[in-house]
Design a protein around this ligand. Structure first.
Ligand SMILES: NC(=O)c1ccc[n+]([C@@H]2O[C@H](COP(=O)([O-])OP(=O)(O)OC[C@H]3O[C@@H](n4cnc5c(N)ncnc54)[C@H](OP(=O)(O)O)[C@@H]3O)[C@@H](O)[C@H]2O)c1
Length: 259
């Protein structure tokens, strides 16, 4: 007999789930009995490897290449989901990019692309997700934001602004989609060692990781699995009265502790 898991036989799309935090979320949900749509933009091999790992857990995996910064590619992604599964229960808007420069070196093209991938995508993914979730009687949408939406980080101006917009979108969607029985929240991880960190010049120049650990009350860095655990909880019926919130998963790093 199959275990009685609250997410058993649900269907989830995790954008950007070939690598990093998105991959951990995909594997966590698959371990809870969820079939997964693995989305990637440029790197097919890790996406296929994530899909194989999901199948190894006994769940279905559909791999769809789509750049979520492009509206026609979001349309194609959701068409593929409708064709394969006919509905959707969970959307995790995780994919992100960044034009990492100081304010005075930012360019309009980098700004626009960062906002399109990191913030605008959630709105238009949600528009496509609602009819598929209505077929299932409701659903859950989770965006993955970052502390740079509020704190000022080096070279992070474009991403920080996109994450602030993402958090505002999360609150609006939580209210406007409630009548569709859709629960919407955001998860905000602290520093997690993924490929994303390679794109920040300050990572090479300073002792960011030991300093982060030293300033984290929990005494270690956040792992992708820590983030995935909280996402899985927010997907569960136990979390249904949490709406429009940004849940911080940073081991206490951002608490205003006098230093
Ligand atoms: N790492 C951290 O310290 C940290 C902290 C706070 C918040 N976050 C947030 O956590 C999320 C995941 O970050 P991560 O560190 O796991 O990043 P990552 O390791 O760099 O992985 C990024 C993922 O997003 C995908 N992606 C990038 N642009 C895309 C696009 N235009 N369309 C579709 N997919 C796209 C990538 O696909 P390809 O493989 O095809 O390139 C990859 O799967 C992001 O929202 C990030 O802002 C990360």
């Amino acid at each position: 007999m199959e275990p009685n898991l609250p997410l058993q036989n649900k269907i989830a799309l995790i954008t950007g789930s070939g690598r990093g935090i998105g991959k951990a979320i995909a594997l966590k949900l698959a371990g809870q009995g969820v079939d997964i749509v693995v989305n990637y933009s440029r790197n097919q091999k890790p996406a296929e490897e994530t899909a194989e790992a999901i199948r190894g857990l006994g769940r279905k995996a559909l791999v769809v290449q789509a750049n979520v910064g492009k509206l026609d590619e979001i349309d194609r992604l959701f068409e593929a989901i409708e064709t394969e599964f006919g509905g959707l229960d969970i959307l995790v808007s995780n994919a992100a990019t960044g034009f990492n420069r100081p304010a005075l070196q930012q360019k309009a093209s980098g700004w626009d692309y960062t906002q399109e991938v990191n913030a605008r995508a959630l709105l238009f993914e949600a528009q496509k997700a609602v009819p598929l979730m209505e077929k299932k009687g409701g659903g859950v949408i989770i965006s993955i934001t970052s502390g740079g939406s509020q704190r000022v980080l080096p070279d992070y101006i474009a991403v920080g602004a996109s994450k602030a917009a993402l958090e505002a979108l999360t609150r609006y969607l939580a209210v406007e989609l409630a009548e569709h029985h859709i629960v919407v929240n955001a998860v905000s991880p602290g520093l997690v060692e993924t490929d994303a960190l390679k794109h920040f010049s300050f990572m090479a120049e300073t002792d960011v990781i030991p300093r982060t650990v030293a300033n984290t009350p929990a005494g270690r860095l956040v792992t992708p699995e820590d983030v995935a655990n909280v996402v899985a909880f927010l997907c569960s019926p136990s979390a249904t009265m949490i709406r429009g919130q940004v849940i911080v998963v940073d081991g206490g790093f951002s608490l205003p502790v006098p230093k």
